[in-house]
Design a protein around this ligand. Structure first.
Ligand SMILES: NC(=O)c1ccc[n+]([C@@H]2O[C@H](COP(=O)([O-])OP(=O)(O)OC[C@H]3O[C@@H](n4cnc5c(N)ncnc54)[C@H](O)[C@@H]3O)[C@@H](O)[C@H]2O)c1
Length: 327
């Protein structure tokens, strides 16, 4: 038994998911939709799929599930339409660009029981897996220092248009909001300061988070840091022990007894594997087939959106500590 899949948004990320899905023999890509006909055609035809214009065209192909890989502002309405059509949904991050749309998606998934998974691919990336395995084995993070940067904000072309992106943090930093919650605990309170330095959006942001259990996290994100590695780094502080990851392929665990422990390198032959796209897509297909529950829940997606919303509210209020809504 397989899953008939449609994909909407044949840009850079859509093509990456098509590549990842091509490695799963249970998947049949029935159609690829894009507002630009040539983009749909170029992505669909080499894999024997039907080029389509929109979600209605994909639904007419009797797909079971749809991948939504559109620019951020379209996630909310298109995911809601797909759920209303009874389809399982894999949505790229962010969940939506407004909290209200996020609530509607969460409520609809809870009500109708369709599979919903968001593209938090780092949960499958080897460096973050290494950290999570140590936490599952007993490492307790009391506090943390994390960063995630972009070298520039030139691609995609809509990145600096807040009306489409939702804001700089909706695009890249959202991944680390999810990592902080996954590794440390739910984010309960956010204090944030932002600055518009090189682009017409807040592109230098410093945050102080409080996670469940009174765990403080220092978080920074910048949109113009050059592409020098590491673009992201996580340091978790335990009981005389430290867990560190750099980017998605390098991590280290040091203790009082072994402060010079070697870095672990996780080589991979290509980006779709290393960045976790192949495994996250496989997990979504497992969930569609009912062989495993969706590994990133709609509540996880909503929590990350709520933390983003609180962060921008804090910036707008000049750094006021802001509670992250849970409902
Ligand atoms: N998880 C990750 O690592 C990761 C990495 C990059 C991008 N993304 C996410 O993927 C999404 C897409 O980003 P991208 O870089 O591929 O963008 P992109 O601009 O390269 O591609 C978007 C595509 O959607 C099409 N499109 C736009 N509006 C449409 C509409 N209303 N109906 C149909 N098609 C429409 C465009 O023609 C384009 O082909 C974004 O939400 C981004 O945040 C995730």
């Amino acid at each position: 038994m397989g899953v008939r899949v449609g994909l909407i948004g044949a840009g850079a990320m859509g093509r990456r998911h098509l590549q990842a899905l091509s490695r799963d023999s249970r998947v049949e890509i029935a159609g690829v939709a894009d507002a630009v006909a040539d983009a749909a055609k170029a992505a669909a035809e080499p894999i024997g799929a039907r080029p389509c214009r929109d979600l209605a065209d994909l639904a007419a192909l009797k797909v079971d599930a749809v991948f939504v890989t559109l620019p951020n502002v379209y996630h909310g309405p298109v995911v809601l339409e797909a759920l209303a059509r009874g389809l399982h949904v894999f949505s790229e991050k962010p969940m939506a660009t407004t909290l209200d749309e996020g609530r509607q998606i969460r409520d609809q998934v809870r009500r109708d029981g369709r599979i919903y998974q968001i593209g938090f691919n780092r949960r499958w990336a080897p460096a973050y897996r290494f950290i999570r395995q140590h936490i599952d084995a007993g490492f307790v993070p009391f506090s943390a220092n994390v960063k995630i940067n972009d070298g520039d904000m030139l691609t995609p072309s809509w990145y600096t248009n807040v009306a489409i992106s939702g804001g700089f943090m909706y695009d890249t930093a959202v991944h680390l909001f999810d990592m902080v919650a996954w590794l440390i605990g739910p984010i309960e309170r956010v204090t944030a300061l932002g600055r518009q330095s090189c682009y017409p959006d807040y592109d230098d942001i410093a945050l102080l988070l409080r996670c469940a259990g009174d765990r403080p996290v220092v978080f920074s994100t910048c949109g113009h840091a050059s592409w020098a590695p590491p673009q992201e780094r996580v340091e978790l502080y335990g009981d005389h022990a430290l867990l560190i990851s750099e980017d998605l392929d390098r991590a280290r665990y040091t203790t009082r007894e072994n402060p010079h422990a070697d870095w672990q390198q996780f080589p991979s032959s290509d980006t779709v594997g290393l960045w976790g796209y192949v495994d996250e897509d496989r997990a979504f297909i497992d969930a569609c087939l009912g062989t495993a529950p969706p590994p990133v829940t709609v509540d996880d997606a909503f929590s990350s959106l709520a933390a983003l919303d609180a962060a921008y509210a804090s910036i707008a209020a000049g750094g006021l500590p802001t509670r992250v809504p849970t409902e």
